[in-house]
Write a protein that binds this ligand. Sequence first.
Ligand code: UGA
Length: 449
Amino acid sequence: MSKVSIFGLGRVGLITAVCLADRGIEVAGFDVDEKKMAQIARGEAPFYEPQLEEMLKKSLKTKKFTVSDNPVQVIGKTDTTMIAVGTPVDRFGHLNLTFVEEAAKLVGKAIGKKKDGYHLVVVRSTILPGTTLSTVRRTLEKASGKKCGEDFGLCMSPEFLKEGTAITDTLKPDRVIVGAYDQKSAAHLEKIYREFYGENPPPIVTTSLSTAELIKYASNAFLAAKISFINEIANICEDVESADVLDVARGIGLDKRIGSQFLRPGLGYGGSCLPKDLRALLRFAKDADLDAPLLVGVGKVNDTRPVRATKLLEKSLGDLKGRNIAILGLAFKPETDDLREAVSIKIVKRLLRKGASVKVHDPVVEKQFREIFGDRIYYSNSAVDCVKNTEGAIIVTEWNEYTHLKPKDFTQHMKKPIVIDGRRALNDPEWNNQTTVQLIRIGAPSKDR
Ligand code: UGA
């Protein structure tokens, strides 16, 4: 069995670690954040992800997963090192490679001290095409005093994990990408994946380092494009008598060439990945003097979604100044406590600019929202409390508990029951043919619009 070390115990690194350990592969982890490492060593997951904490506890108990603050020791007892550190992007799309370079330096130094045998370095961080071959390889060679392709191997293997289903996505991926510097590196990583996936491995696509890097960006850009596409169709549906975007999505999605996933209409995509990766790819194209009108359009459509939510409200309610508005759902998607690039932030900022009073509710996110808005808004401890005395409500995140809300949950408490269902979340049969709530659903015709 292979022995793998992982540098960077964030979402990707830690989830990869516990999954590898679960399948019997010995994993040693390292992170520059000592507090986080201590927390992990105690069996506490530093972020929420279903199944993670129990798998972490188990892997520590069986000693298949260990953490150490000594990178030389961590690398010394393994034959492969994965780099899974963050790659933040500024608002202009410039990628910050500091963490990748620092990790490569530490890994390089440790490889330099290793006496025995060949070592494979695998980049799992999302970085732009060409970065592994140039920056990472050069940093590793300089820090180790060794030669890539001779003394150590180099691969780039992007991750495709979604928050909320990251464990299943790792254990049962649709495919695995092995971008490799040379054949020896590819064979080494393919062997690890075969050990990990056993009898039924997913398709493995072996390619160059830069192609692997681009596959990650193209994949996220395509997913973002699907979402913006269906949101644009949703706008059209709203102007057509009796056209419903959910039926359009089903009707086109059953065509295998199109596929049914990522066609859920809404108020736009958020999170730490799709917006950031699209921005970085656009910047990459711009710096290379390339036009990318399709990708530019994908971002533009997404930027209009929060505006659309408030416009729909204004259409029914008029001027928002002095109005009480409820926001249901703050996280960038359900089943996560993540607020990064969440649409809710943009909508609340817009409402405040327009002079509205805002009440918010989310089943898990509150503290981080308080850090942004402080006491400028009111925080409710239930959906019903949130809509109390308001004149308009917007469903921004489709948490399960909102999908069960009925018309009376709004009529009994709101001053004026106007509800914008920004995620097509309300699906209780009582909503069919009801007339007590003025319900405006994204992508559905509305008599009142
Ligand atoms: C995304 C990709 O889906 C993963 O494959 C990728 O590995 C990950 O980024 C990454 O690069 O690390 P994630 O950001 O966790 O995963 O979340 P998604 O499930 O993709 O959702 C992103 C946003 O799109 C959310 O705001 C969600 O509400 C929205 N969305 C998603 C829609 O509006 N409609 C859909 O049909 C699907």
